[in-house]
Design a protein around this ligand. Structure first.
Ligand SMILES: Cc1ncc(COP(=O)(O)O)c(C=O)c1O
Length: 397
């Protein structure tokens, strides 16, 4: 009989870590409970002294949440994982698990806006400092590692510049200095990229995005190959800081995982079609999508990713007014933050998710005030391109 890890990715996203349900339900039940009862005080004492393994309180563990943690860990190649109430809860807990007063974090210069805000401002309240560097330049990156640096943090592809960071080389360099590596794998998902296999120590996700896939959950996740670290993160940080995931959300996420691979293929093929369409237009100044040969990270992406994902960023000729008129005249594509949903979404990061970045220095971070980010959904690609074409006609009439 095959062991749980002998199956392929698409099968594991449906079956990994299956629960042994006494009623033999096909889908795992939702244990929508805050607490778990004991038969008597003896049983309670045995549980609290670890003689008996059992659930106690949902902030410390819940069967539905645990199933989600185990299934996504298998997909990422981790040994166990921790679910959180949001991506930011995962990021802040993981960063806190590696740093204390006097330590430094080394982060790539382009990050999701709230992550940038957290690393740029909030950690300093606890005596921690962050250095921001362009990690696409590996020599420069290494010069920024100091004896105080405890953790390296980056997204790849980055939000919204879609820069590609070399996970293997960055991990090798960081490890040579005894520094841990954390990768935000939200954009690629384990369908397209598995950072733990390339040397990263921890992978985090905003599962709000592709893992959920339906725009109805806010959640986060972290996993690692180091079992002891995952236990420390779960009981020493998630449980104490309190960013716990609801069992109902875990159940929705298990449902999302079943179609992750199918959805990612469609997100990516729609994104590729949009990128190619935009790339052929004179009205478009720049298209950023890693599968385009002119993308600076194109070759590296081909070595560490199986696909480029569903996000396309671009800039129209002219000033920011053009971007504003473009998003205003879209009919099918919705103006919204977030990404990875069935619906195609558009936003202008400098005016929305990335407002924490200093406007006059945006170019340093690889995007500009007029960069438009599209999260390609699952609709028919021709309808998306018709919508973009119709809006562009109004911008450049
Ligand atoms: C790459 C990335 N990481 C982390 C987050 C934060 O996740 P959440 O909104 O679930 O807290 C986001 C949100 O947009 C994101 O895009």
């Amino acid at each position: 009989m095959k062991g749980p890890n002998d199956y392929r990715f698409d099968t594991l996203s449906i079956h990994a870590a299956e629960m042994d349900d006494q009623n033999q339900a096909l889908n795992s039940p939702i244990y929508m409970t805050s607490t778990f009862t004991f038969k008597d005080l003896q049983q309670a004492e045995d549980t609290f002294t670890f003689k008996r393994r059992a659930y106690v309180y949902t902030r410390g563990g819940n069967p539905t949440v645990n199933l989600f943690e185990q299934r996504l860990s298998v997909l990422e190649g981790g040994v166990d994982g921790v679910a959180f109430s949001s991506g930011m809860a995962a990021i802040s807990s993981v960063i806190m698990s590696f740093t204390g007063a006097g330590d430094r974090i080394l982060a790539h210069r382009n990050l999701y806006g709230s992550t940038f805000g957290f690393l740029n401002h909030l950690v300093s309240h606890y005596g921690v400092k962050t250095d921001f560097v362009n990690m696409t330049d590996l020599d420069l990156f290494e010069t920024f590692i100091s004896p105080q640096t405890k953790v390296v943090y980056f997204e790849t592809p980055t939000n919204p510049s879609l820069e590609i960071i070399d996970i293997k080389r960055v991990s090798e360099i960081a490890h040579a200095h005894g520094v841990k590596v954390v990768v935000d794998n939200t954009f690629a998902t384990p369908v397209f990229q598995r950072p733990l296999e390339l040397g990263a120590d921890v992978v985090i996700h905003s599962v709000t995005k592709y893992i959920s896939g339906h725009g109805d959950v806010v959640g986060g996740f972290a996993t690692s190959k180091d079992f002891d670290y995952v236990q420390r993160l779960k009981f020493g940080f998630m449980c104490e800081l309190g960013g716990v995931m609801s069992p109902f959300n875990a159940w929705l996420l298990l449902r999302g995982l079943k179609t992750l691979s199918l959805r990612m293929d469609r997100h990516a093929s729609n994104a590729m079609k949009i990128a190619n369409y935009l790339n052929d237009l004179d009205e478009v100044e720049r298209v950023i999508y890693p599968s385009l040969p002119e993308h600076p990270g194109h070759k590296l992406a081909a070595t560490q990713m199986n696909g480029s994902g569903g996000i396309v960023s671009f800039e129209l000729r002219g000033d920011r007014d053009k971007a504003e008129t473009f998003v205003k005249n879209l009919e099918l594509i919705k103006l919204a933050v977030s990404l990875g949903d069935a619906e195609t979404l558009v936003e202008v990061p400098a005016m929305m998710t990335h407002r924490d970045y200093p406007e006059e220095e945006l170019h340093i971070f690889g995007f500009s005030g007029k960069t438009i980010r599209i999260s390609a959904g699952l609709e028919h690609p021709d309808d998306l391109i018709d919508d973009i074409e119709g809006s562009l006609k109004k911008v450049f009439h």
